[in-house]
Structure formats: C-alpha cells, structure tokens
Design a protein around this ligand. Sequence first.
Ligand code: DC
Length: 230
Amino acid sequence: MKNLLITIDGPAGAGKTTVSRMLADRLSYRYIDTGALYRGVAYEALSAGISPDDGNGLENLCRTLNMSFIRNDTGTRLLSGKADITDEIRTPEITMLASAVSARPVVRKYLLNIQRDMAKEKGTVFEGRDMGTVVFPDADMKFFLDASCKIRAARRHKESESDTGQTLEEVEKDMRQRDERDSTREIAPLNPAMDAIIIDSTDFSAQEVVEQMLSYIKVISRKEYTKCGL
Ligand code: DC
C-alpha cells in the first residue's frame, strides 16, 4: 500500500480515536492523536500555573516544552520531556483547558510545526480538528467524522464514567460548550475541509465506518490496495 497521509477530523465523541486506530492497524500505518498534544500543553500550563488567557505565559511555556510520542507494550504514550503524562491528560479539567488553550494562536503555531515534523514519516493517520484544513491541506485522503451530539455524549460517558464520575448530562453540557468553542474560534476552527469525505457515524459501528473509509482509500490507490490483498 502506498504510504498515504490520511487525516480524520471531527468533533469530540464522533469516534475518531477508535476509528483512526483501527484504520491505522488495517493499513499498518502509524496513528497520531493530535488532541493529546493540546492536552499536553494544557497539562503543563496547569502545572506551571499559567492561565489559558495568558498569551505571553503560554508562549514562554511552549518554548520550553518537548513533547513526543513513544510506543511501548501498553500502546502509544505521550511524553513531556521524560515524564509520561498519558494518563494525566484525560481528566475533565484538562479536557476543558485543552479546548481553551487550543484557541490560542501561539499554541497552535507551536503544535503546527511539531505535527508537520511528525508527517515526515509517511503512512500515517492523523486525528484532530484541523488536520485536513490547516495542518495538512495536501493530505492524500481527508475524512470528517461526525455524529449527533446526543450519541457523542453517550459514547463519551460510557468510556469515561468510571474514571470521572460525570453524569451523562454533565458530559453532554461540557461537550456542547467545547463544540461551540472549537468551531467558533477565530483560528483553525473545527470545519470539514472542502475536499473531505464526510461520514456520519450516528448509526454505524466503528467497524462499519472503517470499512467505508477503506473503500474510499481503495478508490484512490486501487493498484497498491489490490497488491496488499486488503
Ligand atoms: O480530541 P481531544 O478531545 O483529545 O482534543 C482536545 C482539545 O484539543 C479539543 O477541545 C480541541 C483541541 N484540538 C484542536 O484544536 N486541534 C486539534 N488538531 C486537536 C485537538
């Protein structure tokens, strides 16, 4: 299979992470969760006592950060310097803070370069909000995964209820607030790229969505695809 650069954008809870991982596995590609990078910046800002409104503070912080992904037996881990912060970035507090810091141009600029550097190795599925629109406008294949807010909240609640103790109503309220902020911010708002294939996952399983994606990928790289016998 030709080493494609595939982007999957969409709102929280649309199933991007599950689908991106499964798609990357099927293609033997790397998978990069760019939301984790925004969460990493939010985590470091919180630890350093820097408010998401403090542009200078965030700029200075970004200059000192060194975030990277590594793979080990437990999967992909996010490192900030040498510290493994994979688990710490999944709290409701960091979730809301990540949305706030992601609206700051200085943070987006810092992460833009890191994400483009990661794409030097081809054969990658990048998951995020602006992958197809801003970070990789020339991606080989762009998907925008959506679903109704109710189903997205229900999925997120099911995933996180034992960890966070949030009720379904709280998860849905946070999600609506986050959707609003992510899609109305001035810089790189959440929008499908003009050339993205939009898939609504409300009534489909992750497996079914992946099959749909593979059939689109098959069209753009039919020769290589057939060779691999996928
Ligand atoms: O996908 P996630 O929930 O882990 O993302 C956390 C936040 O980061 C989310 O509110 C939007 C933001 N984000 C972004 O602005 N651009 C990206 N490419 C990925 C995430």
